[in-house]
Design a protein around this ligand. Structure first.
Ligand SMILES: C[S@@+](CC[C@H](N)C(=O)[O-])C[C@H]1O[C@@H](n2cnc3c(N)ncnc32)[C@H](O)[C@@H]1O
Length: 250
């Protein structure tokens, strides 16, 4: 039997935001590998083996997936959101590049998903409606100096910014420093969106001026969006404000 690997994005959490392509591919799979909470989102069925693993073993997991596909299994590697955004698709290709030559003949597909940044942006309005960038605030895989440099240059270029992995228990200081850097670099007048558990029943969306932000407003279930100098807020009676960035620059 010919094996394959599909690296699939499960979207931000809601079942309605999983693409039909991902659902159809899961229905053909023999094995699903991924981080424990993501594999838990896949409905068990006869003939499907679920192989959850811990965080920070991404390349081991990818190597396992490629090994199983080479043996003829139909393997789905699951990520949250989109698999190409700070997730398993790059880990799979790192393992492919380092692995045996014959792995390069394996049928490998990357199936897009709705990334947290776009789900959060849609909830708030259209804060990413003009030029923007996405930055992973975790310094697990890159030095903090690089993150800080990118923050300053993104602020100087007047991008709206989306931050993934903003603040964890093991690195609480990074997001505090991020807010300090942004206050220095951007001035005062930026709206900041804290979108937590987007698309899930306990979703919260808070819009806070940059001057009033505090580090505790974010955790690892939060996607943070900082507006550009052009980002605007439309206040509405008895309804949540709309945050959007116009399509034109000055
Ligand atoms: C390892 S990254 C994975 C990103 C994922 N591949 C994506 O495209 O959304 C995990 C980070 O994504 C963000 N995230 C993922 N799902 C989220 C959700 N439902 N609501 C808010 N943020 C989310 C958080 O910033 C979290 O720390």
């Amino acid at each position: 039997m010919t094996g394959w690997v599909a690296v699939a994005g499960l979207g931000p959490g809601a079942e309605a935001l999983v693409t039909p392509e991902v659902t159809a591919t899961l229905a053909e799979a023999t094995d699903v590998v991924g981080y424990i909470p993501y594999v838990a989102r896949v409905t068990p069925r006869p003939g499907l083996t679920l192989l959850p693993s811990d965080n920070r073993v991404e390349v081991d997991r990818a190597t396992h997936a490629l090994t199983m596909a080479a043996e003829g299994k139909r393997v789905v590697v699951v990520s949250s959101g989109d698999p190409g955004v700070f997730a398993m698709a790059s880990a799979l290709f790192e393992a492919l590049e380092a692995g045996p030559r014959d792995w390069r003949s394996i049928d490998i597909r990357v199936l897009p998903g709705i990334t947290a940044m776009l789900a959060a942006s849609a909830r708030a309005g259209a804060p990413l409606g003009h030029d923007f960038c996405a930055i992973n605030l975790s310094d697990n895989l890159k030095p903090w100096d690089v993150i800080e440099k990118r923050l300053r240059l993104a602020a100087e270029a007047d991008f709206a910014m989306a931050f993934y992995n903003p603040r964890s228990a093991s690195r609480p200081m990074g997001f505090e420093r991020t807010l300090e850097v942004l206050r220095e670099a951007c001035g005062d007048a930026r709206p900041v969106i804290f979108a937590r558990n987007v698309s899930l029943p306990d979703e919260t969306i808070r819009v806070v001026p940059l001057t009033e932000t505090t580090p505790e407003m974010a955790d690892m279930r939060t996607l943070v969006i900082v507006g550009s100098s052009r980002t605007r807020i439309i206040e509405r009676p008895d309804l949540a404000p709309i945050v959007y960035t116009p399509r034109f620059a000055e």
